[in-house]
Write a protein that binds this ligand. Structure first.
Ligand code: 13P
Length: 249
């Protein structure tokens, strides 16, 4: 059985007191057995979160990392810096980084290589814009994103990869993909992995859905055969809502 995962991407929200408050609220709840739960705060809140969540069933992830190991990259953060504060998972390929910070598939490939070589786990995001779906280009687009950024990886590194399908038109809009649309894309992705690698690898990779997941729609989305959990934005900023999503399996 594949790992069931719910990850909260806090984006550029929660300063130190706000993080303290949200973490205090989160740790009041019991996490459902068998579900791996992550939160991804800003870099400046990683250490605070790691300390606060020590011994709890919630892991901490970073939202980004630089492709270089060290050096003259003012304002950037390396894998070893992230690992040094006790974090070994990173989100890469988020649509906001692709669109707002021009991160291309080839650029992401470099980040993926560095993160894998550093022994990090990657939550790799991909997904199409509304215009691409309307033109029926979404499968080709996703295939291209995965091929360029991930399909160079050797078979034995895929245990460090979690995939997250986030159709851009569903992020922060209140409009989710229907469970059928999510299932259709997740099955397509699994099939591409099988073509490139093999069926056993394809069946072992967890694929999360992200885009306006709420307590009210999580159960239906998570019930789809190839959906193994969610990457949650807005609803992860509220402990009660986030835990309700975690418990929606
Ligand atoms: P929302 O849940 O706010 O739509 O955000 C999804 C997302 O971008 C998670 O990475």
């Amino acid at each position: 059985m594949r790992n069931q995962i719910v990850a909260g991407n806090w984006k550029m929200n929660n300063n130190t007191p706000e993080t303290e408050l949200l973490l205090n609220n989160l740790i009041k709840y019991k996490i459902r057995n068998g579900v791996s739960v992550y939160i991804a705060p800003a870099f400046t809140q990683l250490y605070q979160s790691v300390i606060k969540l020590k011994g709890k069933d919630i892991k901490v992830a970073a939202q980004n990392v630089n492709a270089e190991v060290s050096g003259a990259h003012t304002g950037e953060v390396s894998c070893s810096m992230i690992k040094g504060v006790g974090v070994s998972t990173v989100i890469l390929g988020h649509s906001e980084r692709r669109s707002l910070y021009s991160e291309s598939n080839n650029f992401l490939k470099e980040k993926v290589i560095t993160a894998i070589e550093s022994g990090m786990e990657i939550i790799f995001c991909f997904g199409e814009e509304l215009s691409e779906r309307k033109e029926n280009k979404h499968f080709d687009l996703v295939k291209n994103q995965l091929t360029k950024a991930l399909f160079h990886l050797p078979n034995d590194t895929w245990n460090q990869i979690i995939l997250a399908y986030e159709p851009v038109w569903a992020i922060g809009t209140g409009e989710t993909a229907s469970p059928e649309q999510a299932q259709e894309m997740h099955a397509f992705v699994r099939q591409q992995i099988e073509y490139k690698y093999d069926a056993s690898l394809a069946n072992s990779v967890s694929i999360l859905y992200g885009g306006s997941v709420k307590p009210s729609n999580a159960k239906e989305i998570f019930s789809m055969a190839d959906v193994d959990g969610g990457l949650i934005g807005g609803a992860s900023l509220n402990a009660e809502e986030f835990i309700a999503i975690v418990n929606a399996f």
